[in-house]
Design a protein around this ligand. Structure first.
Ligand SMILES: [Fe+2]
Ligand SMILES: [Fe+2]
Length: 273
């Protein structure tokens, strides 16, 4: 059983059908092209990434005998599956805004899941998943604790906060599976190195691809706006600085930092508890 699992609510998916209509502004995040396209690019990475998380955990389902963890794993599959679908709905809005995203998605799929994933063992894939789950949980906490999404358009804010709340709820599931399968510190840290390089590489590539297609995104003003936003909300430092430091502790466990109330309070406030 994972740490603190005894007091944890079971992980369960919530079926929501988000819609993104034409009222969504081109620069929906603080009227800033860089913040918008960085978020758009992360959206592009989510569905294939989440299906990879599910695949990598599913391979070890037969090794999980704890009924609570098995139930949480099923809930995790359901949550990630729903996230992928809802982010794909948002893809349609991006295309309606005139962005060509399919080429980027094809290249990302071919390199990440056609070349890299088969080149490594299933254990490494699971360790990469665990590290990426740690990153998404920190991003989620940022959204609730620091109001990072306050300047986002309400349609996108609703999508991202629902996703963020569920990321907090299931943040220890893949970790607990890895602990059962192979608790080696070296494996966990190797997964973190690969996850960090992969995430940054594809995130930057996606952002550049969108910015280049946006005639209203001017390079220098956009860069200035980006640094201003980072000064207000140093998400990069919190995710890749503090996040990596925490993860490198030998006794790290996601629930050592118990922030589930952030998720439950939000879900209750929008009638999704
Ligand atoms: Fe997710
Ligand atoms: Fe997740």
């Amino acid at each position: 059983m994972g740490e603190a699992a005894a007091t944890r609510e079971p992980v369960r998916p919530r079926v929501i059908n988000f819609e993104f209509d034409e009222s969504l502004p081109l620069h929906w995040f603080g009227n800033c092209p860089v913040r918008t396209h960085m978020s758009n690019a992360l959206n592009l990475l989510f569905p294939l990434g989440e299906r990879f998380f599910v695949r990598s955990v599913k391979k070890y389902m037969h090794e999980i005998d704890d009924p609570e963890l098995r139930a949480d794993v099923r809930g995790f599959f359901g949550q990630e599956g729903r996230h992928a679908l809802e982010h794909e709905t948002f893809f349609l809005r991006l295309e309606a805004q005139g962005f060509e995203i399919r080429k980027f998605l094809k290249t990302y799929e071919r390199i990440a899941y056609g070349v890299l994933e088969p080149a490594f063992s299933p254990k490494v894939a699971l360790a990469v998943t665990v590290a990426l789950e740690h990153y998404t949980a920190i991003m989620a906490e940022n959204a609730f604790r620091f109001g990072v999404l306050d300047e986002a358009d309400p349609q996108m804010r609703a999508l991202l906060l629902w996703h963020a709340a569920e990321e907090i709820e299931h943040k220890a599931v893949a970790f607990d599976v890895l602990q059962k399968v192979d608790p080696s510190y070296g494996l966990r840290v190797s997964g973190m190195v690969m996850a960090t390089l992969g995430l940054l590489g594809f995130w930057v590539a996606g952002t550049v691809s969108l910015l280049r297609q946006d005639p209203k995104a001017k390079f220098f003003p956009s860069l200035r706006a980006f640094f201003k936003a980072q000064a207000a909300h140093p998400v990069g430092r919190r995710v890749f600085g503090r996040g990596i430091r925490e993860y490198l502790a030998r006794d790290f466990h996601p629930w050592k930092h118990d922030n589930r109330k952030l998720a439950s309070d939000y879900l209750a406030s929008v009638g999704l508890a």
